[in-house]
Design a protein around this ligand. Structure first.
Ligand SMILES: Cc1ncc(COP(=O)(O)O)c(C=O)c1O
Length: 375
């Protein structure tokens, strides 16, 4: 993200830096070229259509979690690109439409597989495998947790489970900056599934890796090449956060400032409802204007009625004043997609910035709010 704050005409506003998206796309192009893998963007991180259109020429398709995501992806891709669906939430009445739109569907359970296999439509069928290898201390982000709802337990898989199956899907980590989990996971996959791998057409290694933060991608390239050559199999990656997180900031304005029990409270024209993971997962978002060594501190709070609508306490070089801009940076993934209008506060507008040039791509107003709640 840019070092200097960029000031859009309206506030609050999400700003997407196209050059930062391009850097992520270039890194994926490098991984694709060196390893021969295919890359999908997992649109759940940020399904903003202009972003999907920017990425479309650089990827092999999109990975989706629902019928709506599949339809959105379909509206942007060309016919040679893929749409991979993996979710525990397939509705039976959506099957026909999903089968029409998706190129690959990974079943989360044997029940899903049975229901889908009844109609013989030309979608490539996969199984989501749960390798039962945990790499997180926080089970909220651990698909391999005890009693997991995500995928078939690799240790219980049987020969019949692979009947009619052309691929496997894995996704086991979140915000990983280290390749050890994928190496260990693939060792376990080969240990348990070596009889089935030669008969498969593809393996989807999921997302969860911050590929741009990994200094040496060679071990990843090597395992992809090995899988491709040993089993004559297509290998897919489906990152989300890696592509968008660093590219987006949320620029807000201080609308009130006062003292409360000895601390400065700075009320923003935004709220944690524009970045719900602050509350959901106790995240402390980075603030561009803050300085840990600064002499002035302030609690940055949102403008809703919730007492806990607090972004956090930050230090600054100057005392915070009404009218100051506060930019939360690295908020591209799972932020705007979860934002809501709690208390009737509008959603932030969305801008793009390209080499310093700002463009408003989306403006929300009262009519959008009314439409949501009108009968
Ligand atoms: C199945 C699957 N694939 C890909 C992703 C994208 O993960 P990330 O945004 O962490 O790269 C997720 C995220 O939850 C996921 O569940």
């Amino acid at each position: 993200m840019a070092e200097k704050s960029i000031i859009p005409a309206t506030s609050p506003a999400f700003i997407i830096d196209q050059q930062v998206i391009q850097q992520a796309a270039d890194n994926l192009a490098y991984i694709r070229k060196k390893s021969g893998c295919r890359v999908l963007y997992s649109i759940k991180a940020l399904p903003f259509v202009p972003l999907l259109k920017w990425l479309q020429p650089y990827i092999d398709g999109f990975s989706v979690s629902s019928l709506f995501e599949a339809k959105l992806a379909h509206s942007v891709l060309n016919s040679s690109q893929s749409i991979h669906l993996a979710t525990p939430g397939i509705r039976r009445d959506e099957q026909a439409e999903l089968n029409d739109i998706c190129t690959h569907i990974s079943f989360n359970s044997l029940n899903q597989k049975e229901v889908f296999l009844k109609n013989k439509l030309p979608v490539s069928k996969g199984l989501r495998i749960n390798p039962k290898l945990s790499f997180s201390n926080d089970e909220r982000f651990d698909p391999c947790r005890l009693h997991s709802k995500l995928g078939l337990n690799i240790e219980k898989v049987q020969v019949n489970d692979f009947l009619g199956i052309e691929g496997i899907h894995l996704h086991t980590v979140f915000s990983q900056q280290d390749l050890a989990p994928i190496i260990k996971t693939l060792d376990k996959i080969e240990l348990y599934l070596s009889d089935y791998l030669p008969q498969l057409e593809w393996v989807n290694l999921g997302g969860g890796y911050l590929l741009q933060e990994i200094n040496n991608l060679d071990p990843l390239l090597a395992v992809i090449i090995r899988l491709r050559e040993k089993y004559q199999i297509e290998v897919y990656l489906e990152p989300g956060k890696d592509i968008v997180n660093k590219a987006v900031s949320l620029v807000t304005t201080v609308i009130d400032c006062f003292e409360s029990d000895g601390k400065t409270i700075a009320v923003l024209d935004s709220s944690i409802n524009h970045n719900p993971e602050v509350f959901e997962f106790q995240r402390v978002p980075e603030v561009l204007e803050a300085n840990k060594q600064g002499n002035f501190s302030a609690l940055l709070v949102g403008s809703t009625c919730l007492a806990g609508d607090v972004f956090g306490e930050y230090r600054f070089n100057q005392a915070i004043q009404v009218g100051d801009k506060i930019s939360f940076i690295n908020v591209g993934a799972y932020t705007l997609v979860k934002a809501n209008r709690f208390n009737g506060y509008n959603l932030p507008d969305i801008y793009s910035v390209n080499q310093g040039e700002l463009k408003c791509l989306k403006h929300y107003d009262y009519e959008n709010y009314r439409q949501q709640w009108d009968d």
